[in-house]
Design a protein around this ligand. Sequence first.
Ligand code: GLA
Length: 379
Amino acid sequence: MYQHDGPMDGRPEQLTAALNGATPIGWWRAPGRVNLIGDHTDYCEGFVLPMAIDRDCLLAVAEADGGRIRVRSLELDGVVDLDAAGRDDPRTVEPAWGRFVAGAVQVVNERGASLPGLDIALSSTVPAGSGLSSSSALAVALTFALAQLGELKLDRREIARDALDAEVRATGVPGGLMDQLASLYGEADHALLIDCRSLDVEAIAIPPDLAVIVVHSGLPRTLADSEYAQRRADCERAAGGLGLPTLRDATFDQVRDDPRARHVVTENERVLAFARALRDGSINELGPLLNASHASLRDDFEVSTPELDQLVHALMEAGAMGARLTGAGFGGCVVALTAAKRAQRVISDATERYQGVTRLTPIPFVAHGSEGARHSLAP
Ligand code: GLA
């Protein structure tokens, strides 16, 4: 499942072959994302600044008889075989990756879609379990495809909400909307400032001389789901205690003594400062904001691990401008910025240092801003 060497060649041919001779009627593609800054703010109606990446989930879809939706994956085992009318319970479907399919099938049916029988083949180059939104890439690609095939007229915000709904039905984890919006609104060579209250999205160019480095820590995400739900509940409690609908409306003075809420309020400020610096070309301001975000996630929000801290440290020692854990935390990836011409040097130096201390095998790559989910008649 885990691919590290960039988008696979030959995927369209392999997907067509996996349809057992049926001719695809359409192709849908949705990217993963790396979050540059703004973690654990989306479900507080705050600000986030992710970038859709050049790793994606690709679907080939053919029509089939019999009112069933059958899905095969090039990377994951088993065949998912579901009722097209959405009668399967997403929480119990096997193989387990089929729960995302069942969630999407159910959501579009409830929206009023009438789905034909379908054969679907899919392949993902988004590393699983790493904080790069492989699940959202899958859920967005499926929801986008099924909504269109079921003749629903949904805009991209509605697809994002429905894809999140499908994921929540599949996993029970009460995620926010950042990952789905990033996957749907991505633009080549841009990051996205998203206001998670209004759902306004502003694409901001990443200067070509700046490299976005992503390094998987080699540590799978553990506890991420249960701790995530607890953190979200902490934030809701803090907002409730202040008589506010969400922490978006809290001021620093109100949350000064509550580390969880303090993270959210200060992280929102950092996202806006980061967006301003990126727009203005004030590149020197970006690194310190990343480092402050990591410190806040580590000390106030407590979602880091010693390994992620080590990796951030190693990247800084190797000369990165700034580095932070990205996504929910508890393992997975770190994101760092460097001058593009120094990226390979920083990567090799940092991974060597990190490996020496932790004995884990880090997996680095340089991520590029990519366009959002799309449908096409040919791959
Ligand atoms: C996960 C969730 C997102 C977001 C991040 C933390 O990726 O799916 O909605 O909350 O964690 O920023």
